[in-house]
Design a protein around this ligand. Structure first.
Ligand code: NAD
Ligand code: TDX
Length: 344
């Protein structure tokens, strides 16, 4: 089977490529990645280097129609595209929305036109943020609290989530109007190895490693539904292989926690005072709470998360960043300089 993986040098895409290369010797992978600030050739070096590389990396833009047409055309019968490429950071989208419009909307459009022409299967990787946010409630004292389902109306808050919502709607329209063979998944917040230090968990982990106090936006009460990246990617494979064309699958692992709990847990795991964090300026338009109802994925496709305990997942992630400083260190100072300009 041939796969074209867009954004395969970024956090989730690279974890997908590394796991696939290791576990599925029958799959041939081409990665298409623009290698923006968020993509890193080094992440894939274990599978792109050596005399018999398992993975081909093509540096290019998913919005480049001619290139995308050629790569999709090379897939042949039974081939598929897994579309991870995106501008992915909310804070950046508040500062400069244009790359989000360009990559998330025009890139998805270019890909849809190519899969339409060549009849290739597409899986579009999206986010729960397209649904907006839920009211804040303590997850532990309200078992019947609302969660996102595939029927929740789209209500995105930031330029990032608005462009992801737009890309999902393009996919839905291409399925209905042109019979494109596509599925969509909307996942909650991922954590794990190879995540850029701009994102919440790696930022705080690397601050703690550097002896710097973690920076928590607002009052720290915003809730995210954390899932380990390995479980997200196992779900992507389940949808790719057994998902119904045109269907939307929500991916989540019942991992709700507020930001203070995550930071306090990380500090404790590192042997520091759990109160040794700073509350900083809030993110404009900051979504309050995300929570996923993944019952369709569980009931129809039989998917179950392997990582069920957030504390042990955070411990492993802290250890991974301690062991892989050479990978993240080159990006840390510039990332913190950007945050300093925003007062965060
Ligand atoms: P990331 O920012 O770590 O990686 C994105 C990758 O896409 C990078 O390698 C980058 O170089 C590449 N890219 C950017 N613009 C490109 C372009 N124009 N052409 C080709 N490649 C380009 O992002 P991530 O966290 O790995 O997210 C991957 C996907 O998963 C995104 O679509 C995101 O919306 C979605 N998602 C992320 C999360 C999360 O928690 N991180 C949760 C749900 C869904
Ligand atoms: O330094 C920080 N301090 C802080 O309190 C940062 C970087 C973030 N936060 C808060 C904001 C959020 O409530 O932590 C939470 C998580 O922030 P991010 O890591 O920026 O993620 P979020 O905005 O929730 O979006 C993530 O999940 C959905 C991904 O970045 C998206 O790509 C994905 O679609």
């Amino acid at each position: 089977m041939k796969l074209l993986v867009t954004g395969g040098a970024g956090f989730i895409g690279a974890n997908f490529v590394l796991a696939t290369a290791q576990q599925r010797p029958d799959v041939e992978i081409t990665v298409l990645d623009k290698l923006t600030y968020a993509g890193d050739r080094a992440t894939l070096s274990s599978v792109t280097g050596g005399p018999d590389p398992r993975v081909r990396l093509v540096e290019g833009d998913v919005a480049d129609s001619a290139l995308v047409d050629r790569l999709v055309g090379e897939l042949g019968d039974g081939g598929a595209v897994v579309h991870f490429a995106a501008e992915s950071h909310n804070d950046n989208s508040l500062h400069d929305p244009w790359p989000f419009v360009q990559t998330n909307l025009l890139g998805t459009y270019a890909l849809l036109e190519a899969v339409r022409k060549h009849g290739a299967r597409l899986h579009h990787v999206s986010t729960d943020e397209v649904y907006g946010d839920l009211p804040l409630a303590d997850p532990s004292d309200d078992p019947d609290r609302s969660r996102f389902t595939a029927e929740t109306p789209y209500n995105p808050s930031s330029p990032y989530s608005a462009t992801k919502a737009g890309s999902d709607l393009l996919v839905r329209a291409w399925v209905r109007s042109f019979g494109v063979q596509a599925t969509i998944s909307n996942c909650s917040n991922n954590y794990g190895p190879w995540q850029h230090v701009e994102k919440f968990i790696p930022r705080q982990v690397t601050n703690i490693i550097d002896g710097v106090r973690p920076k928590v936006y607002g009052a720290g009460t915003n809730v995210r539904d954390w899932i380990h990246v390995e479980d997200h990617n196992r779900a992507v494979w389940a949808v790719l292989q057994r998902g119904r064309i045109g269907e939307t699958y929500l991916i989540g692992a019942d991992g709700e926690a507020n930001n203070l709990r995550v930071v306090r847990t990380l500090l404790e795991l590192a042997g520091r005072d759990a109160d040794a964090y700073d509350l900083v300026a809030d993110r404009p338009g900051h979504d309050l709470r995300y929570a996923i109802d993944a019952s369709l994925l569980r009931d129809e496709l039989g998917w179950r998360p392997l990582h069920r305990d957030l504390r042990s997942g955070l411990k492993a992630t802290l250890e991974w960043y301690r062991d892989n400083e050479a990978w993240w260190r080159p990006r840390k100072a510039a990332t913190e300089a950007k945050y300093a300009q925003l007062g965060r």
